[in-house]
Write a protein that binds this ligand. Structure first.
Ligand SMILES: Nc1nc2c(ncn2[C@@H]2O[C@H](COP(=O)(O)OP(=O)(O)O)[C@@H](O)[C@H]2O)c(=O)[nH]1
Ligand SMILES: [Mg+2]
Length: 496
């Protein structure tokens, strides 16, 4: 069959492949998947710890409550007040980003936390990012903080709070305009920061009037940038754990373990991986690896016999009306904004491939990260054989039975209800899989031409969450495969 020998295009741009394979070349191939998986697992779980810092009374705790959408006296709100209220750092889960924690820190410049010792006392290097909160005007303390953050190469936002107060006070001036006053405030911040050649985002907000000024912009910007910020700071986190000053490293490790950012069992794998990527000489390779993960294309195959409805299902999933992707094994994958960084491939005519070459089928299967197997007739063993092959590759799949509307129509003469017929189909699937001793996989009953009927919506939502979950392990598997291939090619060359 003409399809044998098919392989999908690179899943990540070639320049990343070269950099990563070069970096892990000194590791023995058996160890790559485990270390790599540990690295990706810690990254997946990693929480971006954002320290909300600034002078005492500048409005840090009130700002956190505004970001959490809580009143100051609500349960779970940060304590606020006109006297020093925050004595210990406290963490708050950021509402729309599960991977972000906001830390309410004590304020700078009180007898308990003097400006001089603040950075040491607070242990500034434990945080990944900073919201520097200022109010009324820019002070020397603010610049001290920004200098320290810059020294640590960490990202930060400058947030000027209480602009409602400032505007009210200035409103008495004779030539006052709100826009003019806000511009003056922004320019004041810019003047000091740009003198240092720094360009952080600046927001002018009121925690009491969140509908006006920059509060919404602050939330939108941060929520959009959070994944990117996480990628930027994770290598710095690893560098603090495994390189640099010994005493600092120890404090950092203790904190990492306590806060659940890393577990005892992961330390060894992660250390070896970081050493292998030469973390002592910079975090560039780690950053490249994470960028590659961002670019990684997940390949999903929709597999079925000729005429089983592969293309129609693909069009349904891509929300296309007509047969746009119609070749037997499309040269071009289908993509949709609903599934970012996923390529869907229509693989029709599997009966021919399987009859001609089982090995060829396995090679084709290994190109993909996930499979939707279309069931036509349980009498034919293709589906079960395919499921077994997929399982052997330690990958996942779902079964889909298409054209359910036709099936129901054909059964019209029987005196069964629709539910009884559908339940019958599900029971048959469970039975067949049990007999064949393949894992019990879910079966979706679909009419590809009507997205509102039967299990279409639940197939879509299960696909979304499954594809999200397998992304990192598929990436690790792929890197492992290309590193092995490269090593094999090198050793063959040497023998020759
Ligand atoms: N008008 C106004 N008052 C604010 C704003 N943010 C904080 N405050 C007040 O400033 C005082 C100190 O706030 P707090 O959040 O406890 O400051 P922290 O020490 O930096 O945590 C409190 O009395 C707040 O009510 C704001 O945006 N507008
Ligand atoms: Mg406070």
């Amino acid at each position: 069959m003409e399809n044998i020998g098919f392989s999908v295009p690179h899943k990540i741009p070639e320049e990343y492949i070269n950099k990563i394979t070069e970096a892990v070349q000194s590791t023995s191939p058996e160890k790559i998947p485990q270390q790599f998986m540990t690295f990706l697992k810690v990254y997946d779980r990693f929480k971006l710890d954002v320290a909300v810092t600034g002078d005492s009374g500048s409005g840090k705790s009130t700002l956190i409550n505004a970001l959490l959408g809580l009143d100051h006296d609500a349960k779970g709100a940060a304590p606020t007040g006109v006297v020093e209220t925050t004595m210990e750092p406290a963490a708050y889960q950021y509402p729309n980003c599960p991977q972000v924690r906001l830390w309410d820190l004590p304020g700078m410049g009180t007898p308990s936390f003097t400006s001089k010792s603040y950075v040491e006392t607070i242990n500034f290097n434990l945080y990944d990012m900073f919201f520097v909160v200022i109010s009324e005007r820019f002070r020397e303390n603010n610049m001290l903080l920004i200098d320290e953050i810059h020294k640590q190469k960490k990202p930060f936002y400058v947030i000027r709070t209480k602009v409602d107060n400032d505007l009210r006070a200035q409103g008495r001036k004779y030539n006052f305009t709100e826009t003019g006053a806000l511009t003056v405030m922004r320019d004041e911040c810019l003047k000091y920061i740009e003198e240092k050649n720094l360009h952080p985002p600046i927001f002018l907000v009121s925690a009491y009037d969140t509908q006006n000024y920059d509060m919404q912009k602050l939330k939108d910007t941060f929520e959009k940038e959070a994944p990117e910020l996480k990628r930027e700071v994770f290598p710095l986190f690893l560098a603090s754990l495994f390189s640099g000053h010994r005493r600092k490293r120890r404090t950092f490790m203790r904190h990492g373990l306590q806060s659940g950012k890393i577990s005892e069992e992961e330390v060894l794998d992660l250390r070896t991986f970081c050493e292998c990527l030469d973390i002592a000489n910079g975090t560039e390779t780690l950053t490249t690896t994470l960028e590659a993960l961002d670019h990684f294309q997940l390949d999903v195959a929709i597999l079925g016999e000729t005429g089983s409805g592969v293309t129609t299902l693909l069009n349904g999933l891509m929300r296309q009306q007509n047969g746009v992707f119609c070749s037997v094994l499309s040269e071009m994958p289908a993509t949709s904004p609903q599934y970012p960084n996923v390529r869907f491939w229509a693989v029709s005519g599997i009966q021919n491939i399987m009859v001609n070459s089982l090995e060829g089928m396995k090679d084709i299967l290994d190109n993909f990260d996930f499979y939707v197997l279309i069931v036509t007739d349980w009498e034919k063993a293709y589906h079960v054989d395919l499921a077994r092959d997929v399982q052997r590759l330690r990958k996942h799949y779902h079964f889909v039975q298409t054209k359910i509307d036709c099936h129901l129509q054909a059964q019209e003469d029987l005196c069964c209800s629709e539910t009884e017929i559908l339940d019958g189909l599900r029971a048959q699937c469970a039975e067949e899989l049990q007999m064949a001793q393949v894992d019990n996989s879910q079966l979706f009953l679909i009419n590809s031409l009507d997205r509102n009927a039967f299990d279409f919506v639940s197939l879509e939502s299960v696909l979304s969450s499954d594809l999200d979950t397998i992304r990192t392990s598929a990436f690790a598997y792929y890197i492992d495969k290309i590193v092995r291939n490269k090593k094999q090619a090198q050793s063959t060359c040497q023998i020759l």
